[in-house]
Ligand binder design. Sequence first.
Ligand code: UDP
Ligand code: MG
Length: 141
Amino acid sequence: MTIMERTLAIVKPDGVSRGLIGEVIKRLEGSDFKIVAIKMLHLTKKQAEGFYDVHKGKPFFESLTDFMSSGPAVMMILEGENVIARYRELMGATHYKEAAEGTIRREFATDIEKNVVHGSDAPETAAFEMTYYFNNLEIVS
Ligand code: UDP
Ligand code: MG
């Protein structure tokens, strides 16, 4: 069964500074995902910590939140059938060395941390992450 879903996608600061916004969006549109909200934000350290609260206490938390607040990032809400899992597939595994051939992370990530893109991993995390950056007026339907 297919379910219409929404998910949060981010082009992380490494992707923005390396000029990969267009490359990522081209792949999203090419996969028939509809972009229903988009904005660019330069997160503060505190805002990055709040977003990644689920990883608080992990060894990579400090470095990750420094990285995510190091420059502008592009936040988007994607809509489509089974978009949560399908976008995770398009991104590839967290560590680019384990990511499948042809995925965004396999082709463009330079590091386990600097892996170009973020995507929600489940309906519950997607709901939290979308409302972290967008209100209803900012989402087209
Ligand atoms: N990360 C890291 N080291 C790790 C695991 C994760 O630097 O050992 C970073 C990486 O940028 C990753 C983010 O933390 O994308 C969030 O980790 P998660 O396990 O949620 O991976 P994702 O859902 O992004 O694939
Ligand atoms: Mg995750």
